[in-house]
Design a protein around this ligand. Structure first.
Ligand code: CAA
Length: 388
């Protein structure tokens, strides 16, 4: 039996800010944001989108009735969750109409959470081959207005269906991982905004990458030439490029050109969405699979996951025959192209608007949000979602 990714869904809100506009407003050379950081557009979540709705919308496009019968485990990975107690997975379970005979949990380890969820899902399917596991990686990245991290904000979710004999990509062993207790990026429970030691986080991202990559090669016996592409967690696209550059000279010219070309394809969605934290690596994988026509069945894709704090992991997958037929290329193209540009002032107003925390009732203007699933109201400290 092989186990892996059977379907991939993606959702990002309908609003964005252009990085050239943000650069002008912050009195920064636009080249710093578009080349130095490598971001074009930053998705902005209106109040009607939270991590639950983003994930539910991402899953909505991939789940059919057969999946509803088979899904018995929903794992919601997030670092911007809405409740310290109840898992966001339960809301999505209800919104998607999944069967009651299912486990629902939330997992957290910064941007590494979705990878932990996938590995947990793999173990579950190995024990229960008929099961399917819905893994959700959903986040709204907030560093604050006028901060160094602002240009690396974003919002969105990826939904992955994990099962046996997957139609998109099987997941291989070994998977190599490492943990160190460091303070490169964190968000205390009392803060709406992340704290970050920017330069240190960059260094640690690279140090973890080099460590797990070296160990992966020694455990697997594979080398750079065995990879058609490597996808990275992309807090901003230049970060992945920096990591790739540290190992490129392990391949000959043809290998280097292939990996560089495929990296370009793998960063396109992230460049236009921003950091979606735990879903970011899988958004990059989706970008590669949907935009690169030269990949073929049997190709090996490397995946580097990094979650500050910190955990790093390197693993790989093999593309399956006809994997392209199970993607939603046109839908994603339409979703990204139909978004509305905000002025920086409009983005700042949305950024500053918050939901009440004193139990008062608020009805949100859901007509302004084209998403199928929205947050409609808040009353008595309870969120009411609407699926339409
Ligand atoms: N044209 C082209 N490039 C320019 C430029 C211009 N006009 N001006 C500056 N640049 C380049 C710089 O040379 C630099 O390039 P290199 O990194 O290749 O040297 C790049 O733009 C960035 O410039 P700075 O280093 O001066 O930028 P900064 O001080 O504003 O900080 C940052 C950048 C540290 C990434 C900051 O945005 C930040 O803190 N971001 C959030 C943290 C983060 O994303 N960390 C990544 C690793 S942690 C992780 O992965 C987990 C996670 O999701 C958060």
């Amino acid at each position: 039996m092989t186990i892996g990714i059977d379907k991939i869904g993606f959702y990002t809100p309908h609003l964005y800010v252009d990085m050239n506009d943000l650069a002008e407003a912050r009195d920064v050379d636009p080249g710093k944001f578009t080349i130095g950081i490598g971001q074009e557009k930053m998705a902005v979540a209106p109040l009607t989108q939270d991590p639950v709705t983003l994930a539910a919308n991402a899953a909505w496009e991939i789940i059919d009735d057969q999946d509803r019968d088979a899904i018995d485990f929903v794992i919601f990975a997030t670092e911007s969750g809405i409740d310290h107690s109840k898992s966001a997975a339960i809301y999505v379970h209800q919104l998607l109409g999944l069967k009651s005979g299912a486990r629902c949990i939330e997992v957290k380890q910064a941007c590494y959470g979705a990878t932990a969820a996938i590995q947990m899902a793999k173990g579950h399917v190995a024990l229960h081959p008929e099961s399917k596991v819905l893994v959700l990686g959903s986040d709204i990245a907030r560093y604050g207005l006028n901060t160094g991290g602002e240009v690396t904000q974003g919002a969105g979710a990826v939904a992955l269906l994990i099962g046996q004999d997957p139609r998109i990509m099987t997941l291989e062993e070994p998977s190599v991982y490492a943990t160190e207790d460091i303070m490169d990026f964190w968000r205390p429970v009392y803060s709406e905004m992340a704290f970050v030691d920017g330069k240190f986080s960059n260094e640690q991202y690279l140090a973890f990458f080099n460590r797990v990559w070296e160990q992966y090669k020694s455990e697997s016996g594979l080398a750079l030439k065995d990879f058609a592409a490597i996808c990275f967690h992309l807090p901003y696209t230049k970060m992945g490029l920096k990591a790739l550059r540290t190992i490129l000279d392990e391949g000959d010219e043809a290998v280097q050109e292939r990996l560089k070309a495929n990296f370009q394809m793998s960063q396109h969605y992230n460049r236009n969405v921003g950091n979606i934290y735990t879903g970011s690596l899988y958004l990059s994988l989706l970008s590669l699979l949907e935009l690169q026509d030269e990949l073929k069945a049997g190709d090996r894709i490397g995946l580097y996951s990094y979650g500050s704090g910190a955990v790093g992991e390197f693993f790989s997958g093999i593309l399956q025959p006809d994997y392209k037929q199970h993607l939603h290329v046109q839908d994603h193209k339409a979703m990204l192209n139909s978004r509305e540009a905000l002025t920086v002032a409009e983005y700042e107003d949305i950024f500053k608007s918050t939901l009440p925390t004193d139990g008062t009732t608020v009805e949100l203007d859901v007509e302004q949000d084209p998403a199928p699933i929205v947050l409609a109201s808040l009353a008595d400290h309870k969120r009411q979602y609407l699926s339409r």
